[in-house]
Design a binder for this molecule. Structure first.
Ligand SMILES: *Cc1c(COP(=O)(O)O)cnc(C)c1O
Length: 390
């Protein structure tokens, strides 16, 4: 019975873009100056590690988000790595992260020599639950030399990484309160939330440092790419320095005053990014229109909800999300049925605490995480699906 329902739903989804045989989860849209700017790089020879588009892209990002500075890098994972490092994360620290996130969040913590410590999320945001976090910290931590220390492991809990799942902002205000109380630094994983606002302020403004991604499936793409965002000028300069091999500026001498990283974004990718940013507001509008389209499709079925932005947020709706009732539908069958009809759909990530590299990481109670793992279905979300409200 539930099979035929999902075949019906797939047909209705396909009717949102009748010209397409297959609806990918999220495909890039190149309808602006992409070809012009990339061609300009090739014609002028400025394709690589320096060039005007990198500077321009950083400026445009800062302007759009309202964050003082943006530093463009090769991908979102590299952005997170450096964001954590310059926020002060040191080897053997613990960093609180949601277990329901892309693996890059956990990997970046590990690149710093630190240990991810998994905490639960909230049903209303799909991101870190600041109230549950506070209760947990009260139980398991103590202060030593003004540092919040995990009583069970003896390690300093240095930072927390709120991740704005599918573009929906975490409830930041109470998180800021908790972090102030426990002297924990915030590093935002804003990889999915370009164009998303918390109480009118763009995500990426709340952390000491934040990270974004412009991978091929994100709301804008540079092919591959990321950015480090911060309102602290000194940290921005440091981020730029570390991601460009820590070279001391000189016309010809190779002098490096730190172990740096070759993480800079090539000019070619930044050129693509500039063109994409020019269209970002358009993408967001289309993606917000999809909410009406998908709600119309599911309104006659029981036990299927479209995830809506939290009341305090304006979301970019990067990936549209069904939350299904497990007592009516089986996640595997739903995903299999949708995919077999050309409506590419995915479950949420396997929670990180269940992955082999993080088996021994500390964790709190993860009840909501473990429930949502079996209830989330991401459905096609490319901007064109909201071009017309059906
Ligand atoms: C995409 C993503 C990243 C990493 O970005 P890449 O550019 O693919 O390295 C990190 N965190 C989250 C939550 C993401 O969705």
């Amino acid at each position: 019975m539930s099979d035929s329902i999902w075949i019906d739903i797939a047909e209705k989804i396909k009717a949102l873009a009748p010209e397409k045989e297959l609806l990918p989860l999220h495909e890039p849209t190149f309808t602006g100056n992409e070809l012009n700017y990339v061609t300009d790089c090739i014609k002028t020879g400025w394709v690589s590690s320096v060039g005007k588009y990198v500077d321009e892209f950083e400026k445009m990002l800062a302007e759009f988000t309202g964050v003082k500075r943006a530093v463009a890098v090769v991908n979102g994972t590299a952005a997170l790595h450096i964001a954590l490092k310059i926020a002060g994360v040191q080897p053997n620290d613990e960093v609180l992260i949601p277990s329901l996130t892309f693996v890059a969040t956990g990997n970046a913590v590990t690149y710093c020599g630190a240990i991810p410590h998994f905490v639960d999320i909230s049903r209303s945001t799909l991101g870190l639950d600041p109230f549950k976090l506070e209760d947990y910290l009260r139980d398991i931590t103590e202060f030593k030399n003004n540092q919040c220390v995990n009583k069970n492991t003896g390690r300093i809990i240095r930072a927390v990484v709120p991740m704005h799942t599918f573009g929906h902002p975490v409830d930041i205000d109470p998180l800021l309160d908790v972090c102030k109380k426990y002297n924990i630094v915030i590093v935002e994983d804003a990889a999915e939330s370009l164009g998303s606002y918390y109480k009118g302020i763009h995500t990426g403004n709340f952390g000491k440092v934040s990270a974004m991604s412009f991978n091929g499936n994100k709301i804008i793409t540079t092919g591959g790419g990321g950015a480090i965002l911060t309102n602290d000028e000194k940290l921005a300069d440091y981020a730029k320095h570390l991601t460009t091999t820590a070279k001391v500026p000189h016309r010809w001498r190779y002098e490096h005053d730190d172990i740096g990283y070759n993480y800079r974004m090539p000019n070619l990718n930044a050129a693509l990014g500039c063109a994409q940013l020019e269209n970002l507001n358009n993408f967001i509008e289309n993606k917000r229109n999809q909410v009406a389209n998908y709600n119309t499709i599911i309104k006659d079925y029981q036990g299927i909800n479209l995830f809506q932005e939290p009341s305090f947020a304006k979301s970019n709706y990067w990936l549209q999300t069904f939350i299904i009732d497990q007592s009516i539908y089986s996640l595997d069958i739903v995903i299999q049925t949708l995919n077999s009809t050309g409506v590419i759909s995915r479950p949420i990530w396997t929670p990180l605490h269940k992955l082999k590299p993080f088996e021994t990481s500390p964790k709190g109670d993860l009840m909501i995480t473990n429930e949502l793992e079996h209830q989330v279905v991401n459905i096609p979300s490319s901007p064109y699906l909201g071009e017309h409200i059906r």
